[in-house]
Every structure is written in structure tokens, then in C-alpha cells.
Design a protein around this ligand. Sequence first.
Ligand SMILES: [Zn+2]
Length: 291
Amino acid sequence: MTDKLLRALAFDGQVKVYVIDAKNTVEEARKRHDTWRTATAALGRTLIGTALLAANLKGNDQITADITGEGPLGRILATSDAKMNLRGFVNNPQVALDSNEEGKIDVKGAVGLPGFLKVSKQIENYEPYTGQVPLISGELAEDFTYYMAVSEQTPSSIGLSVLVDKGDIVAQAGGFMIQVMPGATEETISALEDKINNLGRVSDLLNSGLTVEQLLDRLVGEGNSKILDYLDVRFNCHCSKERFSDGIKLLGKDDIQAMIDEDHGAEVVCHYCNEAYQFSEEELLALVEEA
Ligand SMILES: [Zn+2]
């Protein structure tokens, strides 16, 4: 099941707006990695933030967000290509902390400060680029916003939200990114700030059943935007048995022979999507021949 990311211009082209509904993507990540509620929210927010950053990619471009704090989750990593195929993982998926003092999922506690957010981009015809900022919040939306301001010099406002229901299933997931274009007037900026300050929680808005179009209206005002297009978004890993065969071959004949002698086969699990691939003794023998 695919999700939708909407791209729009607002305030007569002075502001770019991206709004995403990522419920199916985050739920697929939860199922694949068997994440518990706090890990579901943290990985989900990271996937949504990565999708928002990926919304400007083209061709074979790729982007990766890599978050590490001192909390129980360990590392959280999400990556997307220009076709919005998202995948990602969290080192310790079985983290479920008590709610914070506001009664919300304690993502900050699970991420744990100090830490950093590192963003790597592979843009066609350019050297790979990596930018890194310290985590300033741990709730992640502010951290992505801070990254955009510091590392990309793009003033943005980012909202990321994942609602996990009582059965630990993803009930809602989504977010937005607003970017002020160079040359935007003071009037526009202050009107936008008013809107964002009065927006309320994204999670509450999503929970009230708003569509991405309605969320867009809430962000910039009704009749104040022009929708450019929609991108399909999904959790989709490009791993395959063939790719892992190539990886096994690189280990060399001796190591593959040891897998045959000691384990009579091998199981390889993809970090990104948790898919397991089985290699029989016969298949490993064939790889020894090719190694
Ligand atoms: Zn995979």
C-alpha cells in the first residue's frame, strides 16, 4: 500500500510546502522490524523526515538520515531514493518507554541526548555530501529543522508525527515541511509564523482525520496555495537473494567453505527490511565455485 506526499507552493510562490501521509509506510516498518511503541514512533518520525528531505531528489539520487543518541534505541537509520522507496531500521526495536509528562510517546527519552543527526546525500554528478548536526531536542522534528537551517542554510519548519494505538499498531503517521524561498516578504514570513504557532499538534490534526490537502490549508490558509503534484511513497527495500549472493562471494572460498562445514547452510538477514534469505549447502557450494 502506498502513501502520498503532496508538493505545493503557497503565498504566491514564496513558500514551498510538502505534506505527507505515511501511515502505511511506518506500519510496514513496524511489522517488518517488530518495533515496540516508542521505537515505532522514533523510526517512523525518522522515515517521515527522510521522505520530506527526499522530496526534491531526481534520477538516481539517494538520501540517508542517520541518528545516534545515548538512549536505549541506539542508532536509527532511514534512507530514500528519488522514487520515494523508503527503508530503515532501529538498532534496538524493542523499546517501549512510559509516556512523557505530556502523556505523549517519549521519543526524546528513547533517542537520548547528546547525539547527532547525520544526513548523507548521493546526488548524480556531484561528490557525495554529508552534513551533521548535534541533536538539540531528540523529538526529531526540531532536529531535522535544525539540520536544514545549519547544514543546508534553508529556513524550514518541519512537523513529524506518529500515533500508535493501544494495540501498538500505527494509527496515524505524517508530517510536513515548509520552506521559505529567498526573496519572501516580511509579511509572508510573519503570516506563516502565525499559522504555524496556532497549528496545534500534528498528531492531533492527523488523528482528527485531516487529509493532506486539509493539512495544507491549515498550514498556509485556505485558498492560499497551489498543489504542484503528488508523489507515491512506500516502504520498499531493494535487497534480493542475488545481491546477498554477491556479498557472500566477497567473503572468499575459505569462509564460505566454513559455512558449509559448520552450519550446512546460511541465513542472511537484511538490516534495512529484516527480510531473511536462506542459502542451502548446494547454493553455497555453487558460490565457492564462483568466488
Ligand atoms: Zn532489505
